[in-house]
Design a protein around this ligand. Structure first.
Ligand code: SF4
Length: 870
C-alpha cells in the first residue's frame, strides 16, 4: 500500500493505493491525511478504474512513427535550439499544466526562464485561478491563500461565490456540511445557477452574471453603515486608497444593489443580516469568480470585505480561493505562470538577479512571458515557431478552441508530452513523448490550503514512459545545460526548489520551505502532508513594503444587455463525475453513468419559447463557433442563460465541444479568459432517427459512427454510443463487427434492431427508431459480460419483468433515479439519511447526497401536488 494524493481537484485528498496485480488498484481514502480524513468523492473513489493501459502512449513518436527516446529528444532539443538561434528566445513557448507535479513544474520553469531566457511558459491554471493570484498579490503583496480547511471546522457562516462546490470540490462541501450539522453553521450560495450546492443552503442568491462587484460593494457599504467595519484593524494593518469609501458607497443602497444583481431586496437583506450575525465567515470562491472578464476585481471585492471587517488571519474567518487542479498551487509556488518568475518572486530587476544567481543562469528572462490566450495568438501569428505542450489539451480547453487548433496546425514545430496516445492536441504534434501517469509518478503537489503532499509511485512505468521532470532534464542536457539539470530524482529537485524559496529570504516572502532545504532522500520519501505559512496574517502583518494589506477600489462594470443576434448568455462548467477532457475519468464505466451525454441546460420557459423539448438535439452557437448538445430544461437556469459542460472532445462526441464557444477575451490584470458569459444562440436540430449502439471492447474504434449526433461512453465490457441523425441510417450497419447477425424490423415505425453474436457471446447491438421508443440500455450493456446470449435480446430486456432503474444517481452503489423515488414514496422517507438507510444511496463517497436532497424535495413536492388535486 502506498500513501499518495488524488490527481483531480485542488482539495488534494490523501489516497491509499494498493496494487492488486494486473495493473488494478484498490483505492481508499487516507484517514491520516488532514485534507480528507479518509473520505473520497466519487472521482477519487473510482481512481482504480482509470489506471489501465488502454489508450496510453507508450513510446516516443516522431511524425506518427515510433522512435527511440534518443532520437525524439535530440530532435526536440535541436529544433528548439535552431528556432532560438534564428528567431530569439521568445520564439519558443511551453504550455504546461496543473496536472504536473511541483518537481516537473520546477524543471520546466527553470529551463525556460533561466536558460532559454524567455518568460514564455504558461500553464492551464491560467484558465482557472490566475485572477485569484492577481487579486492576492494586489491585496496582500504575495500570492498567499489566507485560509485552510481547519477554518471550515470553525466558521459559523460559509459564503460560496461562483462555486458549485458539491460537484467540483465535494470533500470541502462535505466538510462544510459536517460543520453545519454539528454546529449549525449557515450557508449562503451566490451563483446565477441553482446547482446542487444550493439544495440545502440557508440562502441562494441567483445573481445576474457579472454583478459580483456590486454585491460585495453593497455588502461592504452595509457593513460600514451597520458598524461592522473594524476601524482599529484598518488603522493598524490595511492601506485604504483615497476615495475608496466613496466608490464603495456609490449606488450601494439596498434597492440599487438588488436591482443590479437582479435579486429581491429581502433576499439581499437576509444575506447582509447573516453576514452581520456571524463574524467567523469564510468566503469560498472559484471559477464563477475567476473566469470572468473582471475576475481580479471580483476577487478583490471579496477580499475587501474581509479586510475591512477584520475577518482574516483569525480561526474560521478568511477569503478562500479553492483551486481547480490538483497542483495549481504547486505551479504558483514554482512560478509556472508567465507573469511570475519563481518561488513567489516576479520580474523586478532584484528578483531576476537573485534567481539568476541561484540558478547560475546563463540567460535570465527579464520580463513576463505570454499568457495562455496571448501565447496561442502568437502561435497563430507565427511569432512563436515552436511550442511544447505538457499534460494538457488546449485544442479542447482553450476559449475559441477552433482557432487554437488552426494555430497548432500551422505551427512549424509542436511537441506534446502526454499520457494518452490520442488527444485532440496530440493530433497536431510533430513529436509525441510518452509521460508517466498519476499512479506511476513520484513527487509533490500542493493543494488549495497550501498543504504539500507526496504523490508516490504505485505502479511501474509501462512501456517506455518517463516522468515529466526526466523528459525536460534530458532535453536541457541536450541543449548544453547538463550540469544545471543533473537531477537523479524528484528529491533533488524538491530540495533545490525549497532552497530557492529560502534564498536571500529575510522574511519578505511568506513562501519559504527553509526546513526542507536539506531534506534527505529518506525523509522526502516519508514526508507527511505539510503546510507552509501555517497562520498567515495572524498578526495583521502582510508581505508588502509597509507591512499592510491593501484595499483595492473596485467598480462594478456596466453589465451588457442581450444582443439582438446573440440574445442568450452561455455559462460553462464541470460535471460532478468527470474531470477536464475525460482522458482519465472517461475510462471509468461508473463515472460515465452520472452524465452520459453533453447537455445544454436551459430555463424551461426559454425552452418552450424556442420550441425545445427534453432530449432534443440543439445547436448552440456563438460568434466563435457552434456545437451540438442534448437539451435539458432546468429550473436551475435563469431565463436568458444556458449552461454547457467543459469535458467533451472530438474523440468522444460529434458535439458537446464547449471550448470552441467562448470568446478569447481576458481579464486585464490576470489574463484569465472570461468563460462564464458568452453571447450565444440556440436552435433545435431536426432529427429523423435516434439510435444506440453497444459494442464489446475489441470492436470499439477511435473514431465515431457516421451520425449527426454521436457520443461514446465507456461501459463495463465495451462502449455505448448514443446516436441521432437524418437520412439513410444504413451506414451504421458498417460499424457492426463481423459475426452472426440476428435482426428484427418494424417498417411501420422505421425501427430496426440488430444483434451480432461472436463465439456465442454478444459482440454488438444496434437499436434504431424513427418514430418509436428505445428501450433502456442497462440490461443490454450487462449482456456484454454474459456467458451466453439471451433469446429475448432484441426485446431489449430479460425474460419476465425487468425494472428500469433510471439514470444512475449513486454511482458507487449503482442506484438509479427510479429506485430512489420509489423508495421515498413507498417507505415515506423524509431525509437523505433515511434514503441511505433504506437503499444505501449516498452512504459511500457521499457525492450524490445533494442530488438525493433535490430528488427528495421534488418527489415530496410532486406528491403534495397530486394530493392537492385528489
Ligand atoms: Fe479527489 Fe474528490 Fe478529493 Fe477532489 S474532492 S481531491 S476529486 S477525492
Amino acid at each position: 500500500m502506498s500513501r499518495t494524493t488524488c490527481p483531480y481537484c485542488g482539495v488534494g485528498c490523501g489516497v491509499r493505493a494498493t496494487p492488486l496485480g494486473d495493473r488494478t488498484l484498490k483505492i481508499e481514502g487516507d484517514a491520516d491525511h488532514p485534507a480528507n480524513r479518509g473520505k473520497l468523492c466519487s472521482k477519487g473513489t473510482h481512481l482504480g478504474e482509470t489506471v489501465g493501459l488502454g489508450g496510453r502512449l507508450l513510446h516516443p513518436m516522431i511524425a506518427g512513427k515510433r522512435a527511440s527516446w534518443d532520437k525524439a529528444l535530440d530532435l526536440v532539443a535541436r529544433r528548439l535550439q535552431e528556432t532560438i538561434a534564428k528567431h530569439g528566445p521568445d520564439s519558443v513557448a511551453f504550455y504546461i499544466s496543473g496536472q504536473l507535479l511541483t518537481e516537473d513544474y520546477y524543471v520546466a520553469n527553470k529551463l525556460m526562464k533561466g536558460f532559454i531566457g524567455s518568460g514564455n511558459i504558461d500553464t492551464n491554471s491560467r484558465l482557472c485561478m490566475s485572477s485569484a493570484v492577481a487579486g492576492h498579490v494586489r491585496a496582500f503583496g504575495e500570492d498567499v491563500v489566507p485560509a485552510g480547511y481547519d477554518d471550515l471546522d470553525q466558521a459559523d457562516l460559509f459564503v460560496l461565490v461562483g462555486s458549485n462546490t458539491a460537484w467540483c470540490h465535494p470533500i470541502v462541501y462535505q466538510r462544510m456540511q459536517a460543520a453545519r450539522e454539528k454546529r449549525g453553521a449557515k450557508l449562503v450560495v451566490i451563483d446565477p445557477r441553482r446547482t446542487e450546492t444550493c439544495e440545502d443552503a440557508d440562502l441562494h442568491l441567483a445573481i445576474r452574471p457579472g454583478s459580483d462587484v456590486a454585491l460585495m460593494n453593497g455588502l461592504l457599504a452595509h457593513a460600514l453603515r451597520a458598524g461592522l467595519v473594524d476601524l482599529a484593524y484598518l488603522e493598524a494593518s490595511v492601506s485604504v486608497p483615497q476615495g475608496f469609501w466613496d466608490i464603495v458607497g456609490q449606488g450601494s443602497d439596498l434597492w440599487s444593489v438588488a436591482r443590479i444583481c437582479d435579486v429581491s431586496p429581502e433576499q439581499l437583506l437576509r444575506f447582509y443580516e447573516l453576514f452581520a450575525a456571524h463574524p467567523r465567515t469564510v468566503t469560498l470562491f472559484s471559477q464563477g469568480i475567476n473566469q470572468a472578464l473582471r475576475g481580479t476585481d471580483q476577487v478583490n471585492a471579496i477580499i475587501n470585505v474581509h479586510l475591512a471587517t477584520g475577518r482574516i488571519g483569525k480561526a474560521g474567518a478568511a477569503p478562500f480561493s479553492i483551486t481547480g487542479q490538483p497542483n495549481a498551487m504547486g505551479g504558483r509556488e514554482v512560478g509556472g505562470l508567465a507573469s511570475t518568475l519563481a518561488a513567489h518572486m516576479d520580474f523586478t530587476p532584484d528578483h531576476v538577479a537573485r534567481v539568476g544567481r541561484f540558478w547560475s543562469a546563463p540567460r535570465m528572462a527579464t520580463k513576463s512571458g505570454l499568457k495562455a490566450v496571448e501565447m496561442f495568438r502568437a502561435v497563430e501569428e507565427g511569432r512563436i515557431k515552436a511550442i511544447w505542450v505538457m499534460a494538457t489539451n488546449p485544442a479542447v480547453s482553450m476559449p475559441d478552441a477552433n482557432r487554437v487548433r488552426d494555430a497548432l496546425a500551422a505551427c512549424p514545430f509542436v511537441v506534446v508530452s502526454d499520457v494518452m496516445a490520442d488527444t485532440d492536441t496530440g493530433r497536431f504534434a510533430h513529436v509525441r513523448l510518452p509521460a508517466a501517469a498519476w499512479a506511476e509518478k513520484d513527487g509533490t503537489v500542493t493543494n488549495s490550503e497550501r498543504r504539500i503532499s507526496r504523490q508516490r509511485q504505485v505502479l511501474p512505468l509501462p512501456g517506455e514512459t518517463k516522468p515529466d521532470w526526466w523528459i525536460v532534464k534530458e532535453t536541457a542536457a541536450r541543449m548544453g545545460w547538463a550540469s544545471a539539470f543533473a537531477y537523479e530524482g524528484p528529491a533533488d529537485i524538491y530540495r533545490e526548489h525549497a532552497r530557492l524559496s529560502a534564498y536571500e529570504n529575510r522574511g519578505e516572502r511568506l513562501f519559504n520551505l527553509r526546513r526542507h532545504a536539506a531534506i534527505g532522500n529518506h525523509a522526502y520519501e516519508a514526508m507527511e502532508p505539510t503546510r507552509w505559512g501555517r497562520l498567515p496574517f495572524a498578526h495583521g502583518r502582510f508581505p508588502t513594503p509597509d507591512g499592510k494589506a491593501r484595499l483595492v477600489s473596485t467598480v462594478q462594470a456596466a453589465l451588457p444587455e442581450p444582443l439582438k443576434d446573440w440574445p442568450l448568455t452561455l455559462n460553462t462548467g464541470r460535471y460532478r463525475d468527470q474531470w477536464h477532457t475525460m482522458t482519465r475519468t472517461g475510462l471509468s464505466p461508473k463515472l460515465a453513468r452520472h452524465r452520459e451525454e453533453p447537455l445544454v441546460e436551459i430555463n424551461p420557459d426559454d425552452a418552450e419559447r424556442l420550441g425545445l423539448k427534453e432530449g432534443d438535439i440543439a445547436r448552440v452557437a456563438t460568434p466563435q463557433g457552434q456545437s451540438l448538445f442534448r437539451v435539458q430544461p432546468s429550473e436551475g437556469q435563469r431565463r436568458g442563460e444556458i449552461f454547457t459542460p467543459i469535458h467533451w472532445t472530438g474523440r468522444q462526441s460529434t458535439g458537446g465541444r464547449t471550448g470552441l464557444l467562448p470568446r478569447p477575451l481576458t481579464d486585464p490584470h490576470s489574463g484569465q479568459p472570461g468563460f462564464k458569459s458568452t453571447p450565444a444562440t440556440i436552435e433545435k436540430v431536426e432529427i429523423e432517427w435516434r439510435a444506440f449502439l453497444i459494442l464489446r471492447g475489441e470492436a470499439v474504434a477511435a473514431t465515431l459512427p457516421p451520425a449527426l449526433w454521436a457520443t461514446r461512453i465507456t461501459v463495463s465490457g465495451g462502449a455505448l454510443y448514443e446516436l441521432a441523425g437524418t437520412g439513410d441510417d444504413k451506414l451504421l450497419d458498417g460499424w457492426l463487427p463481423a459475426g452472426a447477425r440476428v435482426e428484427a424490423a418494424d417498417p411501420a415505425r422505421g425501427s430496426r434492431r440488430i444483434a451480432v453474436i461472436v463465439d456465442d457471446r454478444l459482440a454488438a447491438v444496434l437499436f434504431l427508431t424513427r418514430t418509436g421508443e428505445l428501450p433502456g440500455r442497462d440490461w443490454l450493456i450487462a449482456q456484454l459480460d454474459a456467458p451466453q446470449v439471451t433469446p429475448t435480446l432484441l426485446a431489449g430486456r430479460a425474460p419476465g419483468a425487468q425494472p428500469d432503474c433510471g439514470p444512475v444517481i449513486c454511482v458507487c452503489l449503482d442506484i438509479g433515479l427510479k429506485t430512489i423515488v420509489g423508495a421515498i414514496v413507498e417507505q415515506e422517507l423524509t431525509d437523505v439519511a433515511a434514503i441511505g438507510k433504506a437503499i444505501g444511496a449516498g452512504t459511500n463517497c457521499g457525492s450524490c447526497r445533494p442530488a438525493l436532497a433535490r430528488i427528495l424535495a421534488e418527489t415530496v413536492t410532486n406528491a403534495e401536488k397530486i394530493h392537492a388535486v385528489e
